[in-house]
Design a protein around this ligand. Structure first.
Ligand SMILES: [Zn+2]
Length: 409
């Protein structure tokens, strides 16, 4: 009797699966939307569809832990599939665009209509981040936090809501000290979920009450719990994780010893200079994410977007992080934060979410948020995405930093 055919065979690629310690030329078989096998030669296996991945990397589907995709509702939200499968990511995690009162719309109009696996860290305020960071003094006021509502919405959507989003920066501290952060911790404790905490000045600051920049993180870190994540690890903001000094501040070591994670949250403030100095001191991110969003100051405007998840991965590679470590930080590590063993690896039986990446060789100049240049000798660009077994050709519309391409209005 003939062997039953698999749905899909991906042949001859270099498989990088950090969760399983694999970095080798292997074939991958997919059937029924799940990984069937990963082995040196599956050419004898009949398959309905076959992909030749020669010269490419075959990775677990990329997970972008920080995106903003509540399109049309927040002024800075972008399209979920453009940030997701069309940019090489099978799972994306919206950080705080929806709050407890607005999550229903996020599920109905974004999550349920996207091919990408969209998850949410719900904002600790009821409305979510409707208007960039600029109205944070209103939206993120302690009176807008409702722990009961947060716990309720998280319990209603356990697969989709994987944590809560909060902020540890000068604006919030100048208004309310750590009151909102403490409420976030109480909600997260009760819901049994992790927090993702923004760093770097974002909300309007009460100038009479402006905290000394170096004293912001020392107020935030003690409030957070092991397993919580601090965002924007290589940000150039003076009240950010590195701060404005030359040496890595003591609070960084305290945060690491406490078991906090650092995320890249690439966004608009990433600094090559700070990344180099912190990497030299051994301060590495646990995850690499994009923080992709439209222009905070206008409405539904992506014309200034000049970064991407693959762009952030390419920059980390150019800064000296080994390829396997880069891939680990967009697969196994974010999957662990999402506490989802069905994604983030190519283990047999798990969801067939796969990203096939080309390594484009040749000199390429990358910029950071300060306009500093960095010469990369290769770029990681998605060739194909497999999402729950379905093969998708990514449009690459949101890879402005890696591909010279005309962009639709
Ligand atoms: Zn963000």
């Amino acid at each position: 009797m003939a062997q039953e055919a698999a749905d899909l065979l991906i042949r001859n690629g270099t498989v990088i699966d950090p969760a399983n310690g694999i970095e080798a030329r292997l074939d991958v078989a997919v059937d029924g939307g799940r990984i069937e096998a990963v082995a040196p030669d599956l050419s004898g296996l009949p398959a309905r569809q076959s992909i030749d991945a020669r010269g490419a990397l075959v990775c677990p589907g990329l997970i972008d832990l920080h995106v903003h995709v509540y399109e049309w509702v927040t002024n800075f939200g972008v399209n979920a599939d453009d940030a997701g499968v069309n940019a090489g990511c099978t799972t994306i995690v919206d950080q705080g665009s929806a709050g407890a009162w607005t999550f229903g719309g996020f599920k109905a109009y974004v999550i349920d209509r996207s091919r990408t696996d969209v998850r949410s860290f719900v904002s600790v305020n009821l409305a979510g981040a409707l208007k960039g960071g600029m109205r944070g003094d209103i939206l993120h006021n302690p009176r807008m936090v409702d722990i009961e509502d947060l716990v309720r919405v998280a319990a209603q959507h356990p697969r989709l809501i994987r944590g809560f989003k909060c902020h540890g920066e000068s604006g919030a501290i100048s208004h309310w000290g750590t009151e909102v952060l403490e409420a976030a911790v109480r909600a997260a404790d009760r819901a049994g979920l992790p927090l993702y905490c923004h760093t770097g000045e974002l909300f309007p600051v009460v100038e009479a009450n402006r905290p000394v920049a170096e004293q912001v993180l020392p107020r935030v870190v003690p409030v957070l719990r092991p397993g919580d994540t601090l965002a924007h690890v290589y940000s150039s903001m003076p009240d950010g994780i590195m701060g404005a000094g030359d040496a890595v501040p003591d609070i960084v070591g305290q945060a690491l010893r406490k078991g906090l994670h650092f995320d890249v949250g690439y966004g608009i403030n990433f600094s090559f200079d700070i990344a180099r100095r912190m990497m030299a001191a051994g301060v590495l991110p646990n995850t690499i994410s994009s923080d992709i969003h439209g222009d905070f100051g206008s409405y539904h405007d992506d014309s200034k977007l000049d970064y991407s998840l693959c762009g952030a991965m390419t920059r980390m590679l150019a800064l000296g992080m080994p390829l396997g470590e880069v891939i680990r930080r967009v697969t196994a590590n974010p999957a662990a934060i999402l506490r989802d063993a069905d994604i983030g690896s190519l283990s047999a039986g798990t969801l067939a979410d796969i990203t096939i990446l080309d390594r484009l060789e040749g000199d390429w100049l990358l910029r950071d948020g300060r306009g500093e240049g960095l010469l990369a000798t290769e770029r990681l660009v998605p060739r194909l995405v497999v999402r729950a077994g379905e093969v998708i050709k990514p449009s690459l519309r949101y890879l402005p930093d890696l591909l010279p391409m005309p962009r639709a209005a």
